[in-house]
Design a protein around this ligand. Structure first.
Ligand SMILES: [Zn+2]
Length: 126
């Protein structure tokens, strides 16, 4: 696997790849992250509250998807407010695992790009 080509950063986010080595998966199941990379050993949670930024990303990305659907149901299809709220609530619930995954992956990849030296110092043997 050492000689396999590395995916692009965007592909690495969608393919569940470590931001440092691009070799191992960050998530091992729905809502289950590895504490550290199984390949290079870098710790993903950099400090207490580290994933608060991912929470903000999830909030805004969910809103960017949900708000147009809500407005479309309410104004274009002219559904009642209660029915529209019920549908978008179900949509938020159904898409939560996707936004949870993507927001954390985007957060650690963005943070690695900004603080590359600190991330690389933390990897096993680095
Ligand atoms: Zn790694």
């Amino acid at each position: 696997m050492e000689n396999t080509p590395r995916p692009s950063k965007v592909a690495g986010i969608f393919l569940n790849r470590c931001p440092v080595c691009d070799r191992a998966g960050v998530f091992r199941g729905p809502y289950l992250m590895n504490a550290a990379c199984p390949h290079c050993g870098v710790v993903y949670q950099r400090e207490d509250g580290y994933f608060l930024g991912a929470l903000v990303l999830a909030y805004f990305s969910t809103g960017a998807v949900i708000a147009p659907v809500f407005l479309w149901l309410l104004f274009f299809l002219q559904w009642e407010l209660g029915a529209s709220l019920l549908v978008i609530s179900l949509l938020v619930f159904a898409t939560n695992p996707i936004f949870f995954y993507l927001s954390r992956m985007m957060w650690i990849h963005m943070d690695r790009e900004v603080g590359r030296r600190a991330w690389d110092q933390d990897k096993r043997g680095g």
